[in-house]
Design a binder for this molecule. Structure first.
Ligand SMILES: Nc1nc2nc(S)n(CCO)c2c(=O)[nH]1
Length: 161
């Protein structure tokens, strides 16, 4: 039987019908034959970090179960971004939909196209707060994510509502 892994994805949108794009992305994930969406966070309005001269984001996170390998999952996610009309013009600029692979069970990798766990996730409230909603209680990073989420929220990190 294929190995089934839990993976965690961050979703974001700050152009167009943001909420609809997030929901469409979740539908595409669920429709993929090798992906099952098992938990979905709330939707949070967040101030842009990094490249701040752009509209506010809606961010969320999802827990999925998949038989795909990490790079296969990444390719499926990129395919969904393309299907939803993501144009990769400005690297850090506004985007109709953004899917980031955060964690994949105990997988640690540092490949050209993919680093797991996501290298910047522990500093980003817009990732940590939704992730906290969907991280399964038994997950080894549960404590670390809880602490990091409260830390970035205390630091008055990027606005998140
Ligand atoms: N609040 C917020 N700021 C962001 N800056 C970038 S780049 N992104 C795209 C994801 O890396 C975001 C985002 O999703 N949310």
């Amino acid at each position: 039987a294929p190995c089934v892994l839990d993976a965690y994805i961050a979703l974001g949108s700050n152009v167009g019908e943001r909420e609809r794009m997030l929901k469409e992305a979740l539908i595409h994930l669920e429709q993929h034959p090798d992906i099952e969406v098992i938990r979905v966070s709330g939707i949070y309005e967040t101030d842009p970090v990094g490249y701040t001269d752009q509209p506010a984001f809606l961010n969320m996170a999802a827990a999925i179960r998949t038989t795909l390998e990490p790079l296969e999952l990444l390719r499926a996610m990129l395919g969904i971004e393309n299907q939803l009309g993501r144009t990769r013009d400005i690297r850090w600029g506004p985007r109709t939909i953004d899917l980031d692979l955060l964690l994949m069970d105990g997988t640690v990798m540092d490949a050209e196209e993919l680093t797991l766990p996501h290298p910047r996730m522990m500093e980003r409230a817009f990732v940590l707060v939704p992730l906290r909603d969907v991280l399964l209680p038994a997950h080894t990073l549960k404590e670390q994510v809880e602490e990091a989420a409260s830390r970035v929220l205390q630091d008055g990190g990027e606005g998140i509502s």
